[in-house]
Write a protein that binds this ligand. Structure first.
Ligand code: BTN
Length: 271
């Protein structure tokens, strides 16, 4: 493990990089007692042997050439608890901005995914720990934002994944077929960190409006077709995606024109 310390956007960053680890997310959560307020901890890895995704799924990345797998872990003052549910939204917006900086257009699948032509390029897993008994600091929650971004994955590797995925390299090659070189994952992580920390500051100081507008302009609405939505109570809902509400909720409309809003649940593909 390599430990680096540096400053980005006036924030002290403790960056732990592993050649191989089971999961940066699991490790980050085990380190919460070492976190300090106003510091950001980044846990990144070349290879994860047990990467975890949303809904207890596995997260697989390419080992050679590399993809980006990292978890941001930090303490969040409980006075910001109301904004905590909006951190996944801000994280996906940050990935969309990162991709745009590399001239790659993408869309947001509410709430945790970034897609290109309906293929997944990035997934975000946000978790929080409250009332941790061994936490040195009172009045804080632990927040963990895991980001898996397909950077240099090849078609071969992607072909082995069950879900429909793509990578930055695959997308960049569509515009410039002659480009052979891989993206520099370390540089991308630095850029992402700067964008993400800026965006988090904006969320806490100015609110969600700007991000809501951005998400609505980039929202994958699946051609306004009906999609299947698994509600939190396990029941199915079928409707079209309308927009994101003020609280980051997903607003959908069913075949009778009735509008419903969801704060949790899982969006599935076209029916
Ligand atoms: C998803 O299912 O779409 C979310 C995937 C999140 C994967 C990242 S990779 C870094 C961090 N470590 C993990 O084990 N998972 C997250």
């Amino acid at each position: 493990m390599k430990k680096l310390q540096y400053t980005i956007n006036n924030k002290k960053i403790n960056h732990y990089h592993f050649n191989t680890i089971n999961s940066t997310q699991i490790y980050a959560k085990s380190q919460i007692q070492n976190f300090a307020p106003n510091e950001i901890n980044i846990f990144s890895a070349d290879v994860q042997t047990n990467g975890i995704g949303q809904h207890n799924r596995e997260w697989r990345s390419s080992n050679e050439p590399l993809d980006l797998t990292a978890t941001y872990g930090f303490l969040l003052d409980k006075k910001f608890t109301k904004s905590r549910n909006l951190i996944p939204h801000v994280a996906v917006c940050s990935v969309v901005d990162l991709l745009l900086s590399e001239k790659i257009e993408s869309k947001i699948k509410w709430v945790n995914d970034v897609l290109i032509d309906k293929k997944k390029i990035c997934g975000v897993l946000t978790e929080s720990l409250s009332d941790v008994s061994n936490l040195l600091y009172n009045g804080y929650d632990g927040v963990f934002v895991g980001i898996g971004l397909n950077v240099n994955s090849s078609f071969d590797f992607i072909g082995t994944l069950k879900n429909n995925s793509t990578s930055m390299k695959i997308e960049a090659k569509k515009n410039q077929p002659e480009v052979k070189k891989n993206f520099d994952v370390e540089q991308l992580l630095m850029k992402l960190t700067s964008i993400f920390l800026n965006n988090l500051d904006e969320l806490f100081s100015s609110g969600f409006d700007k991000f809501r507008n951005k998400i609505n302009s980039k929202l994958e609405r699946f051609d306004n077709q009906n999609v299947l939505f698994k509600k939190m109570d396990g029941n199915d809902y079928v409707g079209r995606i309308k927009e994101i509400g003020e609280g980051g909720d997903l607003i959908m409309v069913d075949e009778n024109g009735e509008i419903e809003s969801f704060i949790g649940g899982r969006l599935q593909y076209c029916v």
